[in-house]
Design a protein around this ligand. Structure first.
Ligand code: TNX
Length: 511
């Protein structure tokens, strides 16, 4: 491979003295970045990919290590070359600029150097992900007559929302640590930064709680359809958290309360009002289970569970669910959500909950996640809550694309690729505007999906659209333009062996 690079460089130099036209065809602004960058100024030159390129960074700053690892991995996988830590012919530099916003970055590609400028490691990392897309698209173009170069220019970029998430329901069907890591890689590639894990529901309890071992031993033993189930040990969970952190993604754990609790109720008879444990549940109904408000042990249970998970969660949020508690009395629901918020706060975290939690008194920093009721979301905002936007009819990854989709549900309607992309979080609910919104999240409920291929079919390509909605400003986004960029990402998804839905509305470019 290295010889190949030398030969190509040599060939291109000769070629370039004759004519540089085919090189200059690939101007920086023509690279189909997703999410689209704020501004791109091409300068018309070329940075040659060759062996011996070095990295220049502040070696005294140990926190930059994951950034350097990400750059080395991206470089190696797209060029098959290793980057050098020593002085070399051309260099990739990291430059601090404290005036830039948290995740903002500039990527300056010049003939002899690449500079990534940011105020934070997050910003450097997002810049690397842009560089990685450029590298992959350019390497795909490489032929005998077109050598592997990067077009020069400056990209200046910045996130619209600070929360750009996706959710995986690992309860209805269990997904392995390896599956989660693969999803994290893909989220990071598209600049998403929060992964919400729906860790408990009627059909399965998926995280080890040391003080309540039967939750996983019994409650994690099956899943929708009666398959085997599974759970994460706390060690597994820490591994997921660490892998996410390496990719500048924060894990948001969810324990759904007080409804969606059949797996817990089935594991401990004492949690039930009548003291009788119900059988495990492998169907797809919702709204039939509830914790028992009259028993003090219920609150001991909530305290233990939230404490154990909060202790191994470095991120700021803890999600308490709160949706579809149809078999909990209104006044009891209030007691549960009040107590849960208090426990979360005592454990140093900020509460997130589905939009139903607005019917209680929210703590000042509690976040409501809008999924189905505009009125709920509006009421949460009236209480001063910030909103994570996950409108079911636009952002639910488990909705079918159309009537022919073999997987997914349709209670919120069909969501084809365009319908999933073509909306603005700041105008979708009357009275909820940019300042009320923390960000967006695309949840993937797993009633109908059993493995990573199924998951991919529903998540891709729609996840790319949600990544762009969260990152890019609304005025930058336009369906026709997005559609043509998305078509080019078919090559990348294919290379990554992702079983994406080949929407007939997109003219996919494949290898
Ligand atoms: C509603 S969205 C639910 C989930 C289901 C999902 C299926 C939400 C907060 N609750 O329990 O899995 O619909 O689309």
């Amino acid at each position: 491979m290295i010889m190949k690079q030398f030969n190509l460089l040599f060939a291109s130099l000769i070629f370039c003295t004759l004519s540089c036209e085919s090189l200059s065809e690939s101007h920086l602004e023509k690279i189909p970045l997703i999410p689209i960058a704020k501004t791109t100024l091409p300068t018309g030159g070329h940075f040659y990919i060759k062996p011996g390129i070095g990295i220049d960074f502040n070696k005294e700053d140990s926190t930059i290590a994951p950034v350097i690892r990400a750059l080395k991995t991206a470089w190696k996988s797209s060029t098959n070359l290793s980057l050098d830590d020593k002085k070399s012919i051309s260099t990739i530099r990291f430059i601090e600029d404290k005036t830039l916003a948290n995740e903002a970055y500039s990527l300056e590609i010049e003939a002899k150097s690449i500079s990534i400028i940011s105020s934070t490691n997050e910003g450097y990392f997002r810049g690397i992900k842009t560089l990685e897309q450029i590298l992959l698209f350019q390497s795909a173009k490489e032929t005998e007559s077109i050598p592997f170069t990067l077009p020069t220019g400056v990209i200046s970029d910045k996130a619209r929302f600070s929360y750009r998430g996706s959710m995986l329901d690992v309860s209805r069907h269990f997904f392995s640590v390896e599956d989660i890591k693969r999803y994290i890689d893909l989220m990071a590639f598209y600049k998403m930064n929060y992964l919400h894990l729906h860790l408990s529901d009627d059909q399965g309890w998926r995280i080890e709680i040391k003080s309540w071992p039967n939750l996983t031993l019994h409650g994690g033993s099956t899943e929708v359809g009666g398959g085997e189930g599974g759970f994460y040990t706390q060690k597994d969970y820490r591994e997921i958290v660490a892998y996410a952190a390496e990719n500048f993604i924060t894990i948001v754990p969810e324990i759904d309360l007080p409804g969606h609790t059949n797996a817990a109720l089935s594991s401990y008879p004492e949690l039930n009002c009548d003291g009788v444990a119900p059988p495990l549940y492998t169907g797809m109904d919702v709204g039939f289970s509830s914790l028992c408000v009259d028993k003090e042990i219920t609150f001991k249970f909530m305290e233990d569970v939230i404490k154990e998970i909060a202790t191994i969660t470095p991120g700021p949020y803890f999600h308490i669910g709160g949706d579809e508690s149809h078999s909990t009395k209104k006044e009891d629901y209030r007691i549960f959500i009040d107590r849960a918020q208090q426990i979360v706060q005592n454990n140093g975290k900020i509460t997130m909950g589905w939009d139903e939690i607005q019917s209680t008194t929210l703590l000042p920093n509690t976040i409501a996640q809008y999924w189905h009721s505009a009125e709920n979301a509006q009421n949460a905002v009236k209480q001063g809550a910030k909103i994570v936007m996950s409108p079911g009819s636009r952002a639910y990854l488990d909705m079918k694309y159309d009537s022919l989709s073999p997987l997914g549900l349709k209670w919120a309607g069909y969501i084809d690729v365009k319908h999933g992309y073509d909306w603005d979080p700041a105008t979708i609910v009357n009275g909820i505007t940019e300042k009320d919104i923390l960000g967006i999240e695309a949840p993937l409920w797993s009633e109908t999906i059993e493995d990573f291929d199924d998951l991919s079919f529903l998540a891709f390509p729609r996840l790319l659209g949600y990544a762009e909605i969260g990152w890019a400003d609304n005025h930058q986004r336009e369906w026709e333009d997005y559609k043509s960029r998305l078509a080019e990402h078919g090559v990348l998804l294919e290379e990554l062996k992702i079983n994406y839905y080949p929407s007939p509305k997109i003219s996919w470019k494949t290898k």
